[in-house]
Design a protein around this ligand. Structure first.
Ligand SMILES: Nc1ncnc2c1ncn2[C@@H]1O[C@H](COP(=O)(O)OP(=O)(O)OP(=O)(O)O)[C@@H](O)[C@H]1O
Ligand SMILES: [Mg+2]
Length: 381
């Protein structure tokens, strides 16, 4: 019952975070886009170039933060990769050491030949850091922090202890402290968003809520053992990764010359600024463009322009017809039309399951001109 209540609360917060992040993402898209244009416009040695770079860097950070919010709304699970938790722990150990006070001793107990897991590594790092910070705060008078990894095979006999977990192989990451521990009453609330016992301004109460949401996304579970006055142990269970699971398909980041475009693209977005931005990008890449502000308009344009090769549409639009449905209708009218969808909300994609045929054709907002150029070129191929 407690688990259900907790997950309902998490869902509410997740939806809230997701909703805000979604609008935010759209605005960021516009900012990144116009800064990109501005950069192209200014010559390499122009005094204002570094300012634009700075602004772009800050916007990058906002993009990162928004991604975290979206992750929180359970939409970040597409960024999973094969991870060895030992490597992750060792990679963070210096940072952890610096986070701790000198009175706290750090011990790593890492299992040799640890099984791999398939998770989002930056979220795993965030989770570990959150737990470490909590442990530090619980050991104001010093103590010992142990970070441990192990392989565990859970049989069906363990089912009553681990009701959330299906029997199978798990990698366990535990973080133990010798701090003040917590009462049963507090322990029951620690995963509730905004629950904190820390002074105003010291804690947001979101740390463990994020950890909880992350571990749910991983199909894992988290266990807490605590004794007031003695210490606390958090155990995170991650399902062992089977096979090689290399499913990263789209390496981004490295510099590639922008593909030169030709052909006509119909761009659909209900936000005028984003529409203008996408049109600007596409035209500067060499494409002809047509535009529409909603699905009904888009279908109208599509019927009157046989030259349209690709439909590039936002997923979330008012008016009762979203981007997926529009894509379906477009394909019904013009079976050979190519589709590229864009959304700030990956979560919506996965739940609209009758429309999964389009889910691989999704470009996450905010996107850069390079990302758009690559995806458009790939879709047209
Ligand atoms: N290792 C621990 N030992 C004792 N109490 C803990 C420990 N970890 C968490 N808690 C309790 O759980 C509460 C919630 O933790 P959580 O990480 O969610 O929020 P916070 O640390 O208070 O704030 P934030 O992490 O957002 O800065 C803490 O305020 C504390 O009371
Ligand atoms: Mg915390």
């Amino acid at each position: 019952e407690e688990v259900i209540r907790r997950s309902q609360k998490m869902e509410a917060v997740g939806q809230l975070a997701g909703g805000i992040a979604h609008d935010f993402n759209n605005q960021l898209n516009v900012i990144v886009g116009y800064l990109d244009f501005l950069k192209d416009y200014l010559q390499g040695d122009h005094v204002a170039r570094p300012w634009v770079d700075k602004a772009l860097q800050s916007t990058e950070r906002c993009v990162h933060l928004t991604r975290r919010l979206l992750d929180f709304a359970r939409c970040g699970s597409e960024d999973v990769e094969r991870v060895n938790l030992n490597t992750l722990v060792v990679g963070l150990s210096e940072l952890i050491q610096r986070t701790l006070t000198p009175e706290i001793e750090l011990k790593l107990q890492l299992e040799e030949s640890l099984w791999p897991v398939q998770i989002n590594p930056s979220m795993a790092e965030d989770a570990l850091l959150n737990l470490v910070l909590n442990a530090r705060d619980a050991m104001t008078a010093g103590g010992r922090l142990i970070v441990e990894t192990s392989n565990v095979a859970l049989g069906s006999t363990n089912a009553d202890i681990y009701p959330q977990l299906v029997p199978g192989d798990y990698v366990v990451l535990s973080i133990s402290d010798t701090g003040m521990g917590m009462s049963e009453e507090i322990r029951q609330q620690i995963f509730t968003p905004f629950f904190t016992t820390k002074a105003v301004g010291k804690g947001t109460g979101l740390g463990l809520a994020m950890v909880y949401s992350f571990i749910q996304q991983c199909d894992g579970d988290i266990h807490v053992y605590s004794e007031p006055g003695h210490g606390t142990t958090f155990r995170l269970y991650f399902p062992r990764m089977e096979g090689t699971g290399s499913k990263r398909s789209f390496p981004e980041g490295e510099f590639v010359p922008l593909p030169d475009g030709s052909g006509t693209i119909l761009v659909v977005d209900d936000e005028p600024d984003l529409l203008k931005l996408a049109i600007g990008y596409l035209q500067s890449l060499g494409y002809q463009t047509l535009e529409a502000g909603n699905a009904a308009q888009a279908l109208e344009v599509l019927r009157n322009h046989a030259e349209i090769e690709l439909l590039f549409t936002d997923v979330v639009m008012p008016g009762g017809v979203d981007g997926y449905q529009l894509a379906q209708k477009a394909v019904a009218i013009r079976p050979d039309i190519k589709i590229l969808l864009t959304s700030g909300h990956a979560g919506k994609v996965l739940t609209t399951d009758s429309l999964v045929q389009f889910s691989t054709k999704l470009l996450l907002k905010p996107y850069t001109k390079l990302q758009l150029a690559k995806r458009i070129a790939a879709a047209l191929r």
